[in-house]
Every structure is written in structure tokens, then in C-alpha cells.
Write a protein that binds this ligand. Structure first.
Ligand code: ADP
Length: 307
């Protein structure tokens, strides 16, 4: 293990409020649903909990409101062993996600209101500069304002930390960001958005990964859902198959589980392919359980699947 081992993650918390019903209501209509669940969510928050449960030494930078959802976030971090550098703001709500789940097909439709986390800015990064500069890993996504992600990646890169960028949700980004990425980790939809063509075949995944390396990323990992992940760096490509850990009940947050596990493995000095296998194992267990953050596996469960 290298001397630096900390993982610093910048991102949002959003309470996942999931409603099951036979369809979405029309405007003006009240519809009776068949189920409801509440749990901690938000990509950065899920990744932080996944990484800590996998054994990483994790600091999470974010903002929440001074309300019950914010308290839920802070207790989830305490339980998972995440150091929460999370600003608690008065007068603004915590992030929350409305998730409609079709009770028959399981398909979903989501609205994310980032609340306090939408106010994350470069000042949050500057307030944590010393911690980012002494970290082994810095990881972020695109749910909080883009300039905060770029500022964090820049500081981490300059300090010699390994940077992991998850360009999610899908949106266009400035080309200047690629050179700040040691690992850029999109899923198929996000990779398609970045390169401007569909990713349905291995050839298309390979072409997309080469494009992102040409734009300046050191390494690219495209996650391919139940198939696994595609790695490309330094002119080499490798496909890493997914694991099967049991019946799949909820794939929400699979990408976050993968990233949390991957970051922990890289922080422990694993080679990239071995870290991708670790991330795939983490996600394979998470998809056998309902929810996002509560579904993240412990280190002993991940090690058992990898043996
Ligand atoms: P996202 O959740 O961002 O859409 P993916 O669906 O690509 O991300 O999943 C991320 C990773 O999770 C995959 O690379 C794979 O290792 C794992 N994974 C996803 N779905 C399954 C599944 N049904 N069975 C096993 N592993 C899965």
C-alpha cells in the first residue's frame, strides 16, 4: 500500500423517495400507489458509502439542509465510517429524488432536486484543499455544479493524487476536463453522450474509449451493465466480465457500487484490471439487494466473491 491511502469524494446527497404505482399520474390527478421506500442516495454519497464499506478511508465533501433528510445522510456516513466534510445549511432543503417505479415492469422515472448540494461551489473544494492534496484518490461526478468538479480534479491532479471522474448524469463537458482524468468512468449511455455515437457493440465501446483517450484521459473504463466493464489505456484494451452473486433484484446504484469498490482497490495499490474486478464484485453483490447505499457490501463479502 502506498503511503497516501485516503479517498476524497465530492458529490451530492439526495434522499431517494421511491413510489411504486401502476403508472405516473396525469397533471391534476391523484393516484393511489402500492409502495414507498425512503433511503440515502445521490451518486457521490452512494460512492462514498460503497468505498468505505469496501474498506477505504473515505472523506465525503458535500452540502445538506438542516432537516430530517440531512440527518439521515449524516447518520448513514457515521454508520459506514465515512468522514463527512458536509456543510449543514439553514433555509434550504437537503437533496431529494422523486423516483417513480412502475409496479409491473420495475422501470423508473426520476426527478432529482439537489437542494443544498446544488449550491456546492469551488469554495467547498478550497475549504478541503489540504485534504484533497494529501489524498491518494480524488473522485467526483456531475450532479453538483461542473465548476466544482473541475476545480477538485485540477487540485488533485496537480498534487499527484489519482483522479477518477464519473461523468454522470450524461451531459456534454468541456474538452479541457479529459487531461485531468487518470480514470474516466462512464456507463454506456454517458459514453455515448460524450462521443456522440451509440454504444451497442464491443467495437463501438472500443472506439469510444479510444476517442476519450485521444481527448486526454489517461485511462477509460466503460461500464456495460450485466456484461461487465471495458478498460482501455496506453494502447491496450481489456474486457472484464461481470460477476454473478445471486438473483438480481435492483440494479439502481450499480455504477456507484462499482466506483466505490474500484476507488478502494486503487487506493490500496491494486493494478487497474484487478481494481476493475474488485469494482465488478462490489456491484454484483449490490444488485442482489434493494436500494442503493444500504445495498453496498462489506469487504468480507467482496473478498469472498473474488476468491
Ligand atoms: P450504471 O448503474 O451507472 O448504469 P452499469 O449498469 O454499467 O452502471 O453497472 C456498473 C457495473 O455494475 C457493471 O460494470 C457491472 O460490473 C455491475 N453490474 C451491473 N448490473 C449487473 C448485473 N445485473 N449483474 C452483475 N453485475 C452487474
Amino acid at each position: 500500500m502506498s503511503e497516501k491511502s485516503g479517498i476524497v469524494i465530492l458529490g451530492i446527497f439526495a434522499a431517494d423517495t421511491a413510489y411504486q404505482a401502476k403508472r405516473l399520474p396525469h397533471i391534476g390527478e391523484t393516484l393511489m400507489g402500492s409502495g414507498f421506500t425512503l433511503g440515502p442516495g445521490g451518486k457521490g454519497s452512494n460512492q462514498a458509502i460503497a468505498a468505505a464499506k469496501a474498506g477505504g478511508k473515505v472523506t465525503f465533501i458535500s452540502r445538506v439542509g438542516n432537516d430530517p433528510f440531512g440527518a439521515m445522510a449524516l447518520s448513514a456516513y457515521a454508520e459506514a465510517g465515512v468522514k463527512a466534510n458536509v456543510m449543514k445549511m439553514d433555509g434550504v432543503s437537503s437533496g431529494a429524488a422523486f423516483i417513480f417505479v412502475d409496479e409491473v415492469s420495475g422501470d423508473n422515472a426520476i426527478i432529482v432536486a439537489p437542494g443544498a448540494a446544488g449550491l456546492i461551489g469551488i469554495e467547498d473544494v478550497d475549504a478541503n484543499r489540504a485534504e484533497i492534496e494529501s489524498a491518494a484518490i480524488f473522485m467526483t461526478q456531475l450532479e453538483q455544479p461542473l465548476e466544482a468538479a473541475i476545480h477538485g480534479l485540477s487540485i488533485a491532479k496537480r498534487a499527484g493524487a489519482t483522479t477518477i471522474f464519473n461523468p454522470a448524469p450524461a451531459r456534454t463537458i468541456p474538452d479541457s476536463i479529459y487531461a485531468l482524468c487518470d480514470f474516466i468512468v462512464p456507463n454506456e449511455v454517458e459514453a455515448a453522450e460524450l462521443v456522440g455515437h451509440a454504444i451497442e457493440t464491443d467495437e463501438q465501446a472500443g472506439a469510444a474509449a479510444r476517442t476519450l483517450v485521444d481527448r486526454g484521459a489517461r485511462a477509460v473504463i466503460i461500464t456495460l451493465g450485466a456484461r461487465g466493464a471495458y478498460y482501455h489505456a496506453g494502447g491496450q484494451s481489456e474486457f472484464v466480465p461481470a460477476f454473478r452473486a445471486g438473483n438480481v433484484v435492483d440494479t439502481t446504484g450499480a455504477g456507484d457500487a462499482f466506483l466505490g469498490g474500484f476507488a478502494t482497490a486503487i487506493s490500496e495499490g491494486y493494478a487497474p484490471i484487478e481494481a476493475i474486478r474488485f469494482g465488478c464484485a462490489t456491484a454484483a453483490i449490490a444488485v442482489t439487494r434493494p436500494g442503493t447505499a444500504p445495498a453496498m457490501p462489506s469487504r468480507s463479502e467482496i473478498d469472498a466473491l473474488l476468491r
